[in-house]
Design a protein around this ligand. Structure first.
Ligand code: 2P0
Length: 312
């Protein structure tokens, strides 16, 4: 039995849309921060047949099955039982699949002694879920061409940002990211412009990170987030992941920033707000978001490390 742990990551330059070829490659360069505190733990053990359990329940998950089948074929592996658990809500815009696939590939690699390096684990995790490629690495992470294997831009200690997450709903999302981004690619009139402008957003964000320029990172990260949500809203039929509380939190973050706090928001394919702050603003941001009507829970995460094998 081998167990691995991985954290979710939050994209600051978003991935929304795939290339039209095999390998689950994003259409645009993207960039994330890896969180600590929240985690997926995945245990792999020998078994007579494939079985996947999520949070203690046997689940028929076609993405997990497909990835394990591909790895089994590629590396001639025996059948495995896979038990995964998350210490945070699943399928609600908190990147549970990112953490889950990064932990899964890391556990299979160790259990079956495949000897993969980090880049190869990232590539296999990407085949499961592209954002999972990034959770293999810690700190500030890039997923860019030509290889589309995630690479570390900087370790978490380079710039100890903190993320305050405002949970506004515990419900699982109605349309999966995979289906939603394909709908946007096929139907949003803004999709081509999104693809054309992503390289500039990526370049600006990576400079802001290298120079620890919070105002510049805030500006480009909110732009990338809102461009992605514009694609969602202009898909046919429209994709809308926000709750009224998500909008109220966005306004609250803007007010906090106008009053001098170092904070910006980002939102994924779900209703939760992730407020990225400098550590000196985190207490104030957490307190302010907790008071927004409709916010159910506040989570606080410093930046964390990449996927790794852990003792039981
Ligand atoms: C991201 N998201 O960059 C973006 C922002 C959600 C919104 O990556 O189809 O679960 O499995 O590759 O990785 C979520 O999409 O999609 C995602 P697949 P994935 O974090």
């Amino acid at each position: 039995m081998t167990q691995a742990l991985a954290h979710p990551n939050i994209a600051l330059v978003k991935y929304w849309g795939k290339q039209d070829r095999a390998g689950n490659m994003p259409a645009t360069p993207n960039l994330s921060i890896t969180l600590s505190e929240l985690c997926a733990k995945t245990r792999v053990s020998d078994s007579d047949q494939f079985e996947f359990q999520l949070n203690g329940q046997v689940v028929d998950d076609s993405k997990v099955k497909t990835l394990v089948d591909s790895m089994t074929q590629e590396f001639n592996l025996p059948p495995m039982r896979i038990e995964s658990s998350n210490n945070f809500p699943t399928s609600a815009g908190l990147a549970s699949s990112a953490a889950g696939f990064a932990a899964l590939v890391t556990a299979i690699d160790a259990h079956c002694q495949l000897g993969m390096n980090q880049a190869l684990r990232s590539e296999w995790a990407r085949r499961g879920s592209a954002s999972a490629a990034r959770s293999v690495c810690g700190g500030f992470v890039a997923l860019v061409p030509p290889d589309w294997q995630a690479q570390s831009l900087a370790p978490s200690k380079h710039w100890p940002l903190e993320v305050v997450i405002a949970i506004t709903s515990h419900d699982a999302k109605g349309v999966s990211s995979t289906d939603g981004m394909e709908r946007s690619r096929l139907t949003s009139p803004f999709y081509n412009q999104w693809v054309r402008s992503a390289g500039d957003d990526y370049a600006e964000a990576s400079v802001a990170i290298a120079e620890r320029d919070f105002a510049q990172l805030a500006s480009v990260a909110e732009l990338s987030c809102l461009k992605m949500h514009s694609l969602m809203l202009t898909s046919r039929p429209a994709l809308s992941y926000w709750t009224p509380a998500s909008l109220a939190c966005m306004d609250r973050v803007r007010e906090l920033r106008n009053s001098g706090e170092a904070v910006f928001f980002t939102i994924d394919a779900g209703p939760q707000i992730k407020a990225v702050c400098l550590p000196e603003s985190a207490d104030q941001v957490a307190k302010a978001l907790a008071d927004v009507p409709g916010v159910r829970e506040i989570l606080r995460c410093p930046l964390g490390e990449g996927a790794r094998v852990i003792d039981d």
